[in-house]
Write a protein that binds this ligand. Structure first.
Ligand SMILES: [Zn+2]
Length: 242
């Protein structure tokens, strides 16, 4: 099975845009081990509802930075509610997108490439495919209409290069810098049709690309082959017309 990353063309015909607000997020941290201050960047779980956590949920409503021990305690409250296999980091978000949206959205949106948004008609085409759960975005609308669904994509697969950088033993932060998308390769393929290969990289199987060929084209999105190993046959623009 081949895998692809979805990339917007430089010029797109859609005016849609949004802010990355989310109902809840773990705070960022100041790590006592590596001294990094960091948080956020992809490991988000829109289908996870934290409203049952009461006061703890309240603490997760506004972004901030906290000492490691405080972060660890908040994370421990959240972990029983996340799906198996979830990676939860400083800044991980939960619940639907809540920012402001404006403009018109195409069938598929990857403005923030680690966040996949689709229109409801697209979801019907993905019947039977694995690794994505659709969650309606709770955007505040400013001159924008129509429902959008965000896909919750679980971690899966692994990119070439990441395991050469040992993450901080306390906070898990890695010094690995992601190469440009044209050089992304999977060292290990995921077992699902949708997967998060690293925090900010979602990959989709050839079945997704085949089923959504017309919708990707209409969205001005190209599918870039990230199947390893290097030198394998590559189709760099499978969604182009003709
Ligand atoms: Zn650290």
């Amino acid at each position: 099975m081949r895998y692809y990353t979805l990339q917007e063309r430089e010029k797109v015909r859609w005016s849609g845009g949004y802010d990355m607000g989310r109902r809840w997020a773990l705070p960022g941290v100041s790590c006592p081990m590596c001294s990094a201050q960091w948080g956020g960047g992809g490991y988000d779980y829109p289908a996870v509802d934290l409203s049952g956590l009461g006061q703890v949920a309240k603490l997760l409503e506004r972004p901030r930075n906290v000492p490691w021990a405080e972060f660890a305690a908040l994370r421990d409250s959240v972990l029983p509610l996340v799906p198996q296999g979830a990676v939860v980091t400083p800044g991980s978000g939960f619940g639907p997108l809540t920012g402001r949206a404006r403009g018109q959205f195409g069938p598929i949106s990857v403005h923030m490439p680690w966040t996949l948004l689709v229109r409801p008609d697209v979801m019907r085409l993905l019947d039977g495919l694995t690794g994505a759960v659709a969650v309606p975005a709770a955007f505040r609308r400013v001159k924008s209409d129509g429902q959008l669904l965000e896909l919750q994509v679980m971690p899966g697969g692994r990119l070439v290069g990441e395991d050469r950088h040992k993450p901080c033993e306390t906070c898990g932060r890695s010094s690995w810098v992601l190469p440009p998308p044209a050089r992304w390769r999977l060292a290990a393929p995921p077992s699902t049709d949708f997967a998060r290969a690293t925090a900010t990289v979602v990959v989709v199987s050839e079945r997704v690309v085949e089923r959504l060929e017309r919708q990707l084209e209409e969205s001005d999105i190209v599918a870039l082959d990230v199947s390893g190993p290097r030198g394998a046959k590559r189709q760099t623009d499978i969604a182009s017309p003709g």
